[in-house]
Ligand binder design. Structure first.
Ligand SMILES: Nc1ncnc2c1ncn2[C@@H]1O[C@H](COP(=O)(O)OP(=O)(O)OP(=O)(O)O)[C@@H](O)[C@H]1O
Ligand SMILES: O=P(O)(O)OC[C@H]1O[C@H](OP(=O)(O)OP(=O)(O)O)[C@H](O)[C@@H]1O
Ligand SMILES: [Mg+2]
Length: 282
């Protein structure tokens, strides 16, 4: 039985549950459920605080879990990133009142507030910068400067609107780029159910990232068209009943789909159709 930890609250929770459901696993319908058995898939899900997921995985009480890369690194747990999952993307950055700081070295002798104090401490040590104090706060870190408990913050930034509302501005290079990740114990046995879970999640990632494109093209223009759509590996080309034409089926990255269709039309391809991929095993 594969035991998997899933965030029960916060930004990671809903997309993690949605992804596991898309991967064919039974998922909870009620946000108060803490444990869910999925006997058909030989799996059991534990809904835990996002910050605790890596701790349980590191302790070996669950086999794998979904958490943020930033939370994993801050936890110091004996767990490693196994597969990036492409959601809850954010950067982790220093910020201070607008116009007051330009570089990380200026943090020396100042107070830094964060919910990720291990991560911040390690980063400052790596940079050889000694802060006056690293103040641990649970959340709403952006308010700490105005309220006088810190001079600088280090926090998760996505759109930057929370920072702006607090009159703060990022400075220095990003400390980290984060996203949701599947984590496992460093010495996990990869021959067990984790490999099935990984393939299923990769299947979802592929289905989200790629589309199937079909088109027809005169044979003399086939090379030009295939040059535009090289595909994941190689396109399937079949002869049409009408001689002199070929049908092409190929995977195309979803974000480039419209540009690709325009380019195909320009070289003479016609009947370009796009279909979503529901699931995949590559
Ligand atoms: N606005 C955001 N955009 C993208 N990712 C975010 C955002 N806020 C937090 N995260 C990510 O979510 C994870 C933090 O989990 P956490 O449960 O603390 O999220 P949260 O949304 O801050 O929840 P809470 O309700 O406890 O404040 C981290 O990996 C972090 O990078
Ligand atoms: O750059 P933005 O798009 O504004 O998003 C970033 C904000 O989102 C999260 O806060 P959350 O709402 O989870 O509150 P918290 O600080 O209490 O965790 C994070 O901690 C930042 O404060
Ligand atoms: Mg938060």
């Amino acid at each position: 039985m594969l035991r998997i930890a899933v965030p029960n609250k916060g930004s990671l929770s809903e997309p993690a549950v949605a992804m596991l459901r898309e991967a064919g696993y039974k998922q909870r319908r009620d946000s108060r459920e803490l444990v869910l058995a999925d006997p058909e898939n030989d799996a059991e899900f534990f809904f835990l605080r996002p910050r605790d997921v890596a701790v349980y995985v590191g302790a070996g009480t669950v086999d794998a879990g979904i958490t943020g890369r930033d939370l994993l690194l801050d936890s110091g747990a004996d767990a490693v990133e196994h597969l990036p999952l492409g959601f809850a993307r954010s950067t982790f950055r220093f910020a201070a009142p607008a116009g007051t700081m330009t570089s990380v070295t200026e943090i020396a002798g100042r107070r830094v507030a964060s919910s990720y104090t291990t991560l911040v401490g390690r980063h400052l040590a790596d940079q050889g910068v000694e802060a006056a104090a690293i103040v641990h706060l649970d959340g709403a870190v952006e308010s700490s400067v105005q309220l006088g408990v810190a001079d600088v913050i280090a926090d998760v930034v996505e759109t930057g609107s929370t920072l702006r509302a607090a009159g703060l501005e990022v400075f220095g290079e990003p400390i980290l780029r984060s996203e949701a990740v599947l984590v496992r114990r460093a010495d996990a046995d990869l021959t067990n159910g984790i490999s099935v879970l990984t393939r299923r999640l990769q299947g979802v990632l592929t289905a989200r990232q790629w589309v199937l494109m079909d088109y027809v093209v005169p044979n003399d223009l086939l090379d030009a068209a295939v040059g535009i759509t090289p595909g994941f590996e190689s396109p399937t080309v079949s002869p049409l009943h009408e001689s002199g034409w070929s049908a092409v089926r190929v995977m195309v990255e979803r974000v480039t789909m419209n540009r690709t269709m325009d380019a195909l039309y320009d070289v003479g391809a016609r009947g370009v159709l796009v279909t979503s991929i529901l699931a995949s095993r590559l």
